[in-house]
Design a protein around this ligand. Sequence first.
Ligand code: MN
Length: 233
Amino acid sequence: MTSYLFNPPVVQSLAIRGKTERFPINRLFFVGRNYHAHAVEMGKPVDKSVERPFYFTKSPQTLLASGSTVSYPPETQNFHFEMELVVAIGQAGFRVSQERAHELIYGYASGLDMTRRDLQLVARDKGRPWDLGKDVEHSSVCTEIVPMQGKIIDDAAIALEVNGVTQQSSNVNKLIWNIREVIADLSLFYHLQPGDLIYTGTPEGVNAVVPGDKISGRVDGVAEISLNIGQAE
Ligand code: MN
């Protein structure tokens, strides 16, 4: 038996609807700028005819269960929500065709890609890595995994409210790169593994929250998500 100097990091996991087993997390992938209206509000429109999707990752240790309260994070004045459909990978795949992409899908979840927007934009505009803006502690909020083996979701309303006021309202049928395209493209760069989550991008309407705010959101047919913003440490 291996002996460690201190307790090794805990494997992050999510509940699975209807099951007692939990879904262990391997990696967290995020698609950038995957709805036209959001790309425009970020000042970076996307031309799919000449561009490919791009990705960033966050540490699995940033995972946080829906329903939690998160401390307002340090070193930001502009902490943003991004409501996203999350794909849960259940089968390994490398260089997967779009036609076979559904075979990798275990299920879906609703997710929040919480972002220190001020730091992300400084990094973006200086050509630096996005980690300080995106790989924020407790910033990868996710609901339980809803099993939908082999199913492609290509039409579902996605919405988010803060304190009951609608801020984001769109449909995943507006994804620039759809679920098949994202899985096929990402699998060119990575050997996708069971336990990988793919946050597929956010629609327009991203905005800042402050301590005391209550976020609620959903992808219709998947799950309701919530997050409370607490005081800064
Ligand atoms: Mn995002």
